[in-house]
Design a protein around this ligand. Structure first.
Ligand code: FAD
Length: 301
């Protein structure tokens, strides 16, 4: 979708940078995605005005964080990609609380907090992407999830057209699911983290990094796990038991290292990846009677 010159000028007044004709393949860890205009919001305090302008101009949008859990359609997209300018370091520590910008890199936030002797997030160290994406997905690994640490979230709500603050106790965090509305945009979060010595946190971080390196195809283009684990089961194990490691549709391939990671083994398109997801889901349904649910967020046109 192309933003007109007139609208781009109005957006510029609100400190929004417009990049025309961006291939979203360059913005996602799968390196798959069509083309659209990208709107980078530089001032959080003007976010509500930006959204009100987009609504009045009837511009459809999708909010893109680090792009590590999305599968985006091919070709010219019918929506713009909205993005918050990356904050560095984006984290401020106050006692046992960390105030973090949603655009901050999750891993950088974990190490920043560790240097201030705040732990509890070691398991999340290798989860790529932004803090906003981690909140939306309730990212988790090795027994740690971000949700239980959340005390407050500042977010823009399309339902009210306002920036509001939600208390952690009013947000429901579940396995890769949260109670945020689909079009809420997280701007900041306040986390409460336990005090821990830096060297102890560091040894936890190293252990998690080793486990990840031993089991995941970290040098290949992926979006992490494609499917959520069904209750009491493991999607990866089910796919592996069907001998599907290495199975491919076009250049989309089931990783031969971790069967729930589907990789772009060359020039995979969204259509290839959707074909692979559909074929694997069907094989698992027939063999195990289980309908696997996507963990990856799919945005087609
Ligand atoms: C190699 C690899 C390993 C991974 N391992 C794990 C793992 O162990 N555990 C795990 O949970 N995940 C894992 N993932 C998946 C992914 O990293 C997480 O889901 C991550 O939290 C997504 O963050 P993101 O910023 O990249 O989100 P994106 O992919 O950009 O977006 C994902 C969703 O979040 C929404 N979103 C992003 N930012 C915001 C915001 N500020 N406000 C509102 N909505 C927002 C988007 O609209 C979209 O719906 C892995 C991915 C890869 C590539």
């Amino acid at each position: 979708m192309r933003v007109s010159g007139q609208l781009a000028a109005k957006l510029k007044d609100l400190s929004v940078e417009v990049q025309h004709g961006v291939s979203l393949a360059t913005r996602t860890s799968l390196e798959i995605g069509g083309t659209t205009d990208e709107l980078i919001v530089h001032r959080y305090d003007r976010f509500a005005e930006v959204m009100s302008l987009l609504a009045s101009e009837r511009i459809p949008w999708r909010f893109l964080g680090g792009g590590t859990n999305v599968l985006i359609g091919d070709g010219e997209l019918s929506w713009v990609a909205l993005h918050l300018a990356t904050a560095k370091p984006g984290t401020r520590v106050e006692g046992n609380f960390a105030h973090v910008d949603a655009s901050a890199d999750l891993g950088a936030m974990v190490t920043f907090c560790a240097k201030h002797d705040l732990g509890g997030m070691e398991g999340l160290i290798g989860v790529p992407g932004s803090v906003g994406g981690a909140l939306r997905m309730n990212a988790g690994a090795y027994g740690t999830q971000i949700g239980p640490h959340v005390r407050e979230v500042e977010l823009y709500r399309v339902a009210t057209g306002k920036v509001e603050t939600l208390l952690g106790c009013d947000i429901h965090f579940d396995y890769r699911h949260t109670s945020f509305a689909a079009n809420d945009v997280m701007l900041n979060v306040k986390l409460e983290l336990p005090s821990k010595l830096y060297k102890e946190i560091l040894s936890g971080i190293r252990m998690c990094n080793e486990k990840r390196r031993a089991s995941q195809p970290l040098n290949q283009k992926s979006a992490g796990c494609i499917f959520k684990n069904p209750l009491g089961g493991s999607a990866g194990r089910m796919i592996d038991e069907l001998g599907l490691k290495g199975f491919r549709v076009g250049d989309a391939m089931v990783s031969d290292r971790h069967a729930n990671f589907f990789v772009n083994a060359g020039r995979a398109t969204c259509a290839d990846m959707m074909g692979l997801i559909g074929a694997v889901r069907e094989r698992v349904r027939v063999a195990h009677g289980v309908e696997l649910e996507n963990e990856v967020i799919v945005w087609q046109n």
